[in-house]
Design a protein around this ligand. Sequence first.
Ligand code: F3S
Ligand code: F3S
Ligand code: ZN
Length: 104
Amino acid sequence: MGIDPNYRTSRPVAGEHAGHKVYGPVEPPGKLGIHGTIVGVDFDICIADGACINACPVNVFQWLDTPGHPASEKKADPVNEQACIFCMACVNVCPVAAIDVKPP
Ligand code: F3S
Ligand code: F3S
Ligand code: ZN
């Protein structure tokens, strides 16, 4: 199952990271929540495939090390979500549907 497209309202905001919100629950290192509001990446689903990083024409993502997470030890962090031009390439290439994009 992929990212819940309703996470922006259904999940509590657990904090901020690199200029974007983090939606909980967050219990590191095993549970990391969803990073981003315009471009949301479910860290608990991401398997560090990297296709999103290669596909994004405006470099929204940057690797973040997440040692000890069961799905993968790094995640695509949407550090530059404000730059998103909504091409949806990331959404289409992620093999585990970990990304949801919604214009503000
Ligand atoms: Fe990049 Fe995905 Fe937006 S590929 S431009 S973050 S829709
Ligand atoms: Fe992760 Fe999917 Fe990108 S698995 S690294 S969000 S393509
Ligand atoms: Zn982040």
